[in-house]
Design a protein around this ligand. Structure first.
Ligand code: MTE
Length: 364
Protein backbone atom coordinates (compact mmCIF):
# COMPACT_ATOMS: atom_id res chain seq x y z
CA UNK A 1 0.00 0.00 0.00
CA UNK A 2 1.22 3.44 -0.81
CA UNK A 3 1.28 6.13 1.81
CA UNK A 4 2.01 9.80 2.18
CA UNK A 5 0.97 11.97 -0.67
CA UNK A 6 2.31 15.47 -0.71
CA UNK A 7 -0.70 16.67 -2.67
CA UNK A 8 -4.23 17.23 -1.53
CA UNK A 9 -5.06 15.30 1.57
CA UNK A 10 -1.64 13.71 1.56
CA UNK A 11 -3.65 10.58 1.23
CA UNK A 12 -2.73 7.04 1.99
CA UNK A 13 -4.57 4.98 -0.55
CA UNK A 14 -5.55 1.61 0.84
CA UNK A 15 -7.56 -0.18 -1.79
CA UNK A 16 -9.19 -3.52 -1.12
CA UNK A 17 -10.89 -4.31 -4.38
CA UNK A 18 -9.77 -2.34 -7.36
CA UNK A 19 -10.04 -3.20 -11.02
CA UNK A 20 -6.73 -3.91 -12.77
CA UNK A 21 -4.97 -0.59 -12.93
CA UNK A 22 -1.68 0.78 -14.12
CA UNK A 23 -0.28 2.75 -11.23
CA UNK A 24 1.73 5.90 -11.64
CA UNK A 25 2.84 8.63 -9.31
CA UNK A 26 1.86 12.23 -8.91
CA UNK A 27 4.07 13.71 -6.27
CA UNK A 28 4.04 10.97 -3.67
CA UNK A 29 0.48 9.98 -4.43
CA UNK A 30 -0.12 6.76 -6.27
CA UNK A 31 -2.72 7.13 -8.95
CA UNK A 32 -4.03 4.83 -11.63
CA UNK A 33 -3.94 5.26 -15.37
CA UNK A 34 -7.03 3.14 -15.96
CA UNK A 35 -10.20 5.08 -16.62
CA UNK A 36 -13.20 3.85 -14.73
CA UNK A 37 -14.78 2.28 -17.75
CA UNK A 38 -17.32 -0.38 -16.94
CA UNK A 39 -18.00 1.08 -13.52
CA UNK A 40 -21.62 1.63 -12.90
CA UNK A 41 -22.71 5.24 -12.77
CA UNK A 42 -24.70 5.46 -9.57
CA UNK A 43 -26.38 8.74 -10.31
CA UNK A 44 -27.38 9.27 -13.84
CA UNK A 45 -27.45 12.91 -14.76
CA UNK A 46 -30.00 13.46 -17.48
CA UNK A 47 -29.01 16.64 -19.29
CA UNK A 48 -31.42 16.23 -22.15
CA UNK A 49 -34.52 15.60 -20.10
CA UNK A 50 -37.26 18.23 -19.86
CA UNK A 51 -37.87 19.42 -16.33
CA UNK A 52 -41.59 18.71 -16.72
CA UNK A 53 -40.73 15.05 -17.13
CA UNK A 54 -38.91 14.63 -13.87
CA UNK A 55 -40.60 17.07 -11.52
CA UNK A 56 -44.28 17.41 -10.86
CA UNK A 57 -46.08 20.21 -12.61
CA UNK A 58 -46.27 22.52 -9.60
CA UNK A 59 -42.54 22.30 -9.03
CA UNK A 60 -41.92 22.81 -12.70
CA UNK A 61 -44.05 25.94 -12.74
CA UNK A 62 -42.34 27.28 -9.62
CA UNK A 63 -39.01 26.86 -11.35
CA UNK A 64 -40.17 28.94 -14.27
CA UNK A 65 -41.43 31.57 -11.79
CA UNK A 66 -38.07 31.58 -10.11
CA UNK A 67 -36.26 32.31 -13.32
CA UNK A 68 -38.71 35.13 -14.11
CA UNK A 69 -38.35 36.55 -10.60
CA UNK A 70 -34.60 36.48 -10.78
CA UNK A 71 -34.58 38.30 -14.10
CA UNK A 72 -37.01 40.91 -12.75
CA UNK A 73 -34.96 41.40 -9.61
CA UNK A 74 -31.81 41.80 -11.61
CA UNK A 75 -33.41 44.47 -13.73
CA UNK A 76 -34.67 46.40 -10.68
CA UNK A 77 -32.65 49.24 -9.16
CA UNK A 78 -30.32 48.40 -6.29
CA UNK A 79 -32.26 48.09 -3.06
CA UNK A 80 -30.65 49.08 0.19
CA UNK A 81 -33.10 47.65 2.67
CA UNK A 82 -32.12 45.93 5.93
CA UNK A 83 -29.57 43.35 5.03
CA UNK A 84 -31.27 42.29 1.83
CA UNK A 85 -29.48 42.71 -1.43
CA UNK A 86 -30.47 42.64 -5.04
CA UNK A 87 -27.90 42.48 -7.77
CA UNK A 88 -27.46 45.65 -9.81
CA UNK A 89 -26.42 43.91 -12.96
CA UNK A 90 -28.38 41.41 -15.02
CA UNK A 91 -28.14 38.04 -13.40
CA UNK A 92 -27.83 36.15 -16.66
CA UNK A 93 -31.21 34.67 -15.85
CA UNK A 94 -30.27 34.35 -12.21
CA UNK A 95 -30.05 30.62 -12.60
CA UNK A 96 -27.51 28.44 -10.93
CA UNK A 97 -25.23 26.10 -12.72
CA UNK A 98 -24.32 28.31 -15.64
CA UNK A 99 -21.37 30.68 -15.87
CA UNK A 100 -20.89 32.55 -12.60
CA UNK A 101 -23.72 35.03 -12.19
CA UNK A 102 -24.78 37.42 -9.41
CA UNK A 103 -27.13 36.06 -6.76
CA UNK A 104 -30.06 38.18 -5.75
CA UNK A 105 -32.10 38.75 -2.61
CA UNK A 106 -29.86 37.03 -0.13
CA UNK A 107 -29.67 37.99 3.53
CA UNK A 108 -26.27 39.54 4.00
CA UNK A 109 -24.05 38.42 6.88
CA UNK A 110 -26.66 36.16 8.45
CA UNK A 111 -23.66 34.69 10.24
CA UNK A 112 -20.38 36.60 10.17
CA UNK A 113 -17.00 36.87 11.82
CA UNK A 114 -14.68 39.80 12.37
CA UNK A 115 -11.80 37.83 10.91
CA UNK A 116 -10.31 38.95 7.63
CA UNK A 117 -11.95 37.32 4.65
CA UNK A 118 -9.85 35.49 2.10
CA UNK A 119 -9.84 37.09 -1.30
CA UNK A 120 -11.86 35.78 -4.22
CA UNK A 121 -8.62 34.78 -5.94
CA UNK A 122 -7.42 32.81 -2.93
CA UNK A 123 -10.75 31.04 -2.49
CA UNK A 124 -11.03 30.13 -6.17
CA UNK A 125 -7.35 29.47 -6.87
CA UNK A 126 -6.27 27.15 -4.05
CA UNK A 127 -8.65 24.22 -3.93
CA UNK A 128 -9.12 20.56 -3.19
CA UNK A 129 -11.35 18.91 -5.75
CA UNK A 130 -9.79 15.59 -6.63
CA UNK A 131 -12.22 15.05 -9.49
CA UNK A 132 -10.02 17.56 -11.36
CA UNK A 133 -6.63 16.48 -10.03
CA UNK A 134 -4.70 16.41 -6.78
CA UNK A 135 -2.78 19.66 -7.15
CA UNK A 136 -4.22 22.80 -5.54
CA UNK A 137 -4.24 24.57 -8.90
CA UNK A 138 -5.89 21.72 -10.84
CA UNK A 139 -9.53 22.52 -9.97
CA UNK A 140 -9.20 26.05 -11.34
CA UNK A 141 -7.25 24.86 -14.36
CA UNK A 142 -9.47 21.92 -15.32
CA UNK A 143 -12.80 22.68 -13.61
CA UNK A 144 -14.14 24.48 -16.66
CA UNK A 145 -14.75 21.16 -18.41
CA UNK A 146 -17.67 20.37 -16.12
CA UNK A 147 -21.10 21.27 -17.43
CA UNK A 148 -23.23 22.27 -14.45
CA UNK A 149 -26.47 23.21 -16.17
CA UNK A 150 -28.97 21.66 -16.12
CA UNK A 151 -28.35 20.07 -12.72
CA UNK A 152 -30.55 17.58 -10.94
CA UNK A 153 -30.35 16.58 -7.28
CA UNK A 154 -31.98 13.31 -6.29
CA UNK A 155 -33.41 13.13 -2.78
CA UNK A 156 -34.34 9.62 -1.78
CA UNK A 157 -33.98 6.84 0.74
CA UNK A 158 -35.87 6.81 4.04
CA UNK A 159 -38.26 9.68 3.42
CA UNK A 160 -41.92 10.22 2.50
CA UNK A 161 -41.24 12.65 -0.33
CA UNK A 162 -38.42 11.46 -2.54
CA UNK A 163 -37.94 13.58 -5.66
CA UNK A 164 -35.56 14.58 -8.40
CA UNK A 165 -35.20 18.35 -8.24
CA UNK A 166 -33.79 20.74 -10.73
CA UNK A 167 -31.41 22.89 -8.76
CA UNK A 168 -33.63 25.95 -8.99
CA UNK A 169 -36.57 24.01 -7.57
CA UNK A 170 -34.49 22.71 -4.72
CA UNK A 171 -33.35 26.16 -3.61
CA UNK A 172 -36.13 28.52 -4.58
CA UNK A 173 -38.52 28.00 -1.64
CA UNK A 174 -35.86 29.09 0.85
CA UNK A 175 -34.21 32.36 1.81
CA UNK A 176 -30.61 32.52 0.64
CA UNK A 177 -28.24 33.63 3.40
CA UNK A 178 -24.67 34.76 3.47
CA UNK A 179 -22.65 32.73 5.98
CA UNK A 180 -19.09 33.81 6.61
CA UNK A 181 -17.38 30.70 7.92
CA UNK A 182 -13.87 29.51 8.65
CA UNK A 183 -12.93 26.48 6.56
CA UNK A 184 -10.27 24.30 8.19
CA UNK A 185 -8.79 21.71 5.86
CA UNK A 186 -7.51 18.50 7.42
CA UNK A 187 -4.16 19.37 5.78
CA UNK A 188 -3.75 22.19 8.34
CA UNK A 189 -4.51 25.20 6.19
CA UNK A 190 -7.58 27.39 6.56
CA UNK A 191 -9.52 30.24 4.98
CA UNK A 192 -12.46 32.53 5.79
CA UNK A 193 -15.14 32.31 3.10
CA UNK A 194 -18.37 34.26 2.54
CA UNK A 195 -20.67 31.47 1.37
CA UNK A 196 -24.23 31.99 0.17
CA UNK A 197 -26.65 29.15 0.66
CA UNK A 198 -29.62 27.67 2.46
CA UNK A 199 -29.76 25.58 5.62
CA UNK A 200 -29.60 21.89 4.75
CA UNK A 201 -32.27 21.42 7.44
CA UNK A 202 -34.85 23.21 5.27
CA UNK A 203 -34.21 20.92 2.32
CA UNK A 204 -34.35 17.88 4.60
CA UNK A 205 -37.63 18.90 6.23
CA UNK A 206 -39.33 19.18 2.86
CA UNK A 207 -38.41 15.56 2.09
CA UNK A 208 -40.06 14.37 5.32
CA UNK A 209 -37.50 11.82 6.47
CA UNK A 210 -38.94 8.82 8.31
CA UNK A 211 -37.90 7.65 11.77
CA UNK A 212 -35.51 5.20 10.07
CA UNK A 213 -33.46 8.08 8.65
CA UNK A 214 -30.61 8.37 11.13
CA UNK A 215 -27.91 9.44 8.68
CA UNK A 216 -27.67 11.41 5.46
CA UNK A 217 -25.41 10.28 2.63
CA UNK A 218 -24.34 12.80 -0.01
CA UNK A 219 -22.73 12.05 -3.36
CA UNK A 220 -20.86 14.05 -5.96
CA UNK A 221 -21.59 13.77 -9.65
CA UNK A 222 -19.86 10.88 -11.40
CA UNK A 223 -18.93 12.02 -14.90
CA UNK A 224 -15.37 10.98 -15.76
CA UNK A 225 -15.54 12.51 -19.23
CA UNK A 226 -15.78 15.99 -17.67
CA UNK A 227 -14.00 15.29 -14.39
CA UNK A 228 -10.60 13.92 -15.42
CA UNK A 229 -9.59 12.97 -11.88
CA UNK A 230 -12.37 10.37 -11.96
CA UNK A 231 -10.40 8.58 -14.69
CA UNK A 232 -7.87 7.70 -11.99
CA UNK A 233 -8.36 5.56 -8.89
CA UNK A 234 -7.10 8.11 -6.41
CA UNK A 235 -10.43 7.71 -4.55
CA UNK A 236 -13.44 5.44 -4.86
CA UNK A 237 -15.79 7.49 -7.01
CA UNK A 238 -18.22 9.03 -6.72
CA UNK A 239 -16.95 11.10 -3.80
CA UNK A 240 -19.29 10.24 -0.95
CA UNK A 241 -19.81 11.93 2.39
CA UNK A 242 -22.21 11.63 5.27
CA UNK A 243 -23.60 13.27 8.38
CA UNK A 244 -25.57 12.06 11.34
CA UNK A 245 -29.13 13.38 11.10
CA UNK A 246 -28.73 15.88 13.95
CA UNK A 247 -25.53 17.22 12.34
CA UNK A 248 -27.30 17.58 9.01
CA UNK A 249 -30.19 19.40 10.72
CA UNK A 250 -27.90 21.74 12.65
CA UNK A 251 -28.50 25.41 11.73
CA UNK A 252 -24.82 25.95 10.85
CA UNK A 253 -24.90 23.26 8.14
CA UNK A 254 -25.67 24.72 4.73
CA UNK A 255 -25.93 23.83 1.10
CA UNK A 256 -23.92 26.59 -0.58
CA UNK A 257 -24.71 27.80 -4.08
CA UNK A 258 -22.50 30.86 -4.13
CA UNK A 259 -19.77 32.96 -2.59
CA UNK A 260 -18.86 36.63 -2.70
CA UNK A 261 -22.34 37.41 -4.04
CA UNK A 262 -22.18 35.16 -7.08
CA UNK A 263 -22.91 31.58 -7.97
CA UNK A 264 -20.11 29.11 -7.28
CA UNK A 265 -17.18 28.59 -9.59
CA UNK A 266 -16.72 24.96 -10.63
CA UNK A 267 -13.54 24.66 -8.56
CA UNK A 268 -15.53 25.42 -5.40
CA UNK A 269 -18.17 22.78 -6.07
CA UNK A 270 -20.64 24.33 -8.48
CA UNK A 271 -23.49 24.37 -8.62
CA UNK A 272 -24.20 23.15 -5.07
CA UNK A 273 -21.98 21.90 -2.25
CA UNK A 274 -22.17 21.21 1.44
CA UNK A 275 -20.51 23.43 4.07
CA UNK A 276 -20.13 22.08 7.63
CA UNK A 277 -17.86 24.61 9.31
CA UNK A 278 -16.96 22.68 12.48
CA UNK A 279 -15.68 19.67 10.56
CA UNK A 280 -12.57 19.22 8.44
CA UNK A 281 -13.06 20.59 4.95
CA UNK A 282 -13.30 17.20 3.24
CA UNK A 283 -16.74 16.69 4.81
CA UNK A 284 -17.96 19.65 2.75
CA UNK A 285 -18.67 17.65 -0.38
CA UNK A 286 -18.85 19.45 -3.73
CA UNK A 287 -21.09 19.27 -6.81
CA UNK A 288 -23.78 17.23 -5.08
CA UNK A 289 -26.22 15.13 -7.12
CA UNK A 290 -27.73 12.95 -4.44
CA UNK A 291 -28.93 13.29 -0.86
CA UNK A 292 -30.03 9.95 0.56
CA UNK A 293 -31.57 9.22 3.96
CA UNK A 294 -30.20 6.01 5.40
CA UNK A 295 -30.46 4.04 8.62
CA UNK A 296 -26.81 2.95 8.79
CA UNK A 297 -23.73 5.16 9.06
CA UNK A 298 -22.47 5.63 5.49
CA UNK A 299 -18.91 4.77 4.55
CA UNK A 300 -17.31 7.85 3.04
CA UNK A 301 -14.68 8.01 0.31
CA UNK A 302 -11.99 9.16 2.71
CA UNK A 303 -12.83 6.50 5.30
CA UNK A 304 -12.29 3.92 2.57
CA UNK A 305 -9.06 5.53 1.42
CA UNK A 306 -7.35 5.79 4.80
CA UNK A 307 -9.52 4.66 7.72
CA UNK A 308 -6.90 5.31 10.38
CA UNK A 309 -6.74 8.97 9.44
CA UNK A 310 -10.24 9.84 8.27
CA UNK A 311 -13.17 8.86 10.43
CA UNK A 312 -16.84 9.47 9.92
CA UNK A 313 -17.11 12.43 12.30
CA UNK A 314 -13.96 14.36 11.39
CA UNK A 315 -14.71 17.22 13.73
CA UNK A 316 -11.91 19.75 13.86
CA UNK A 317 -9.99 18.70 16.95
CA UNK A 318 -6.56 20.12 17.82
CA UNK A 319 -6.07 17.36 20.43
CA UNK A 320 -6.32 14.47 17.95
CA UNK A 321 -3.51 14.43 15.43
CA UNK A 322 -3.62 13.03 11.93
CA UNK A 323 -1.39 9.89 11.92
CA UNK A 324 1.05 11.82 9.73
CA UNK A 325 0.98 15.38 11.13
CA UNK A 326 -0.21 17.57 14.01
CA UNK A 327 -3.65 19.15 14.02
CA UNK A 328 -2.81 21.58 16.83
CA UNK A 329 -2.10 24.47 14.46
CA UNK A 330 -3.05 25.68 11.02
CA UNK A 331 -1.86 28.11 8.38
CA UNK A 332 -4.42 30.75 7.53
CA UNK A 333 -3.87 31.29 3.81
CA UNK A 334 -1.81 33.28 2.79
CA UNK A 335 0.02 33.70 6.12
CA UNK A 336 3.40 32.12 6.65
CA UNK A 337 3.10 31.45 10.37
CA UNK A 338 0.89 28.87 11.98
CA UNK A 339 -1.92 29.79 14.36
CA UNK A 340 -3.71 27.67 16.95
CA UNK A 341 -6.52 25.46 15.77
CA UNK A 342 -9.68 25.76 17.83
CA UNK A 343 -11.85 22.84 18.94
CA UNK A 344 -14.74 22.44 16.51
CA UNK A 345 -13.02 25.14 14.44
CA UNK A 346 -14.28 27.72 16.97
CA UNK A 347 -17.95 26.68 16.70
CA UNK A 348 -17.97 24.72 19.97
CA UNK A 349 -20.62 26.87 21.67
CA UNK A 350 -23.04 25.91 18.93
CA UNK A 351 -22.15 22.29 18.28
CA UNK A 352 -20.38 20.70 21.29
CA UNK A 353 -23.70 19.45 22.70
CA UNK A 354 -24.13 17.22 19.64
CA UNK A 355 -21.31 15.07 20.99
CA UNK A 356 -22.06 14.95 24.70
CA UNK A 357 -20.87 11.66 26.15
CA UNK A 358 -18.94 10.66 23.01
CA UNK A 359 -15.24 9.84 23.08
CA UNK A 360 -13.97 12.12 20.33
CA UNK A 361 -10.62 10.32 20.23
CA UNK A 362 -12.33 7.14 19.19
CA UNK A 363 -14.94 8.90 17.10
CA UNK A 364 -12.48 10.96 15.07
N1 MTE B 1 -15.66 17.38 -2.67
C1 MTE B 1 -15.38 16.59 -3.72
N2 MTE B 1 -16.38 16.10 -4.45
N3 MTE B 1 -14.10 16.27 -4.06
C2 MTE B 1 -13.04 16.73 -3.32
O1 MTE B 1 -11.89 16.40 -3.66
N4 MTE B 1 -12.29 18.05 -1.39
C3 MTE B 1 -12.69 18.40 -0.02
C4 MTE B 1 -13.94 19.26 0.01
N5 MTE B 1 -14.94 18.74 -0.88
C5 MTE B 1 -13.31 17.56 -2.19
C6 MTE B 1 -14.65 17.90 -1.91
C7 MTE B 1 -11.61 19.08 0.71
S1 MTE B 1 -10.31 18.10 1.16
C8 MTE B 1 -11.69 20.38 1.08
S2 MTE B 1 -10.51 21.05 2.10
C9 MTE B 1 -12.74 21.25 0.58
O2 MTE B 1 -13.60 20.59 -0.36
C10 MTE B 1 -12.11 22.44 -0.11
O3 MTE B 1 -13.10 23.33 -0.54
P1 MTE B 1 -12.63 24.59 -1.40
O4 MTE B 1 -11.73 24.08 -2.48
O5 MTE B 1 -13.88 25.21 -1.92
O6 MTE B 1 -11.88 25.51 -0.45
Amino acid sequence: MSREATHGLRCSIQRKSRPAVVPYWVGACRLSATPWKGHEVLIKNTPGIASSEITDEQVYLRRRDFIRLAVAAAAAPLLACSGERVAAEPAGGGTFGSAQSPLTGYKEKAIATDEKLNTFDQITGYNNFYEFGTDKSDPKRYGGSLKTSPWTVKIDGQCNKPADYHLEDLIKPFQLEERIYRLRCVEAWSMVIPWIGVPLAEVIKRAEPTSKATFVELSTLLRPAQMPGQQTAVLNWPYTEGLRMDEAMHPLTILAVGLYGKTLMNQNGAPIRLVVPWKYGFKSIKSIVRIRFVSKQPTTSWMEAYPRAYGFYSNVNPAVDHPDWSQATERRIPAFFMQKTLMFNGYGDQVASLYTGMDLRKNY
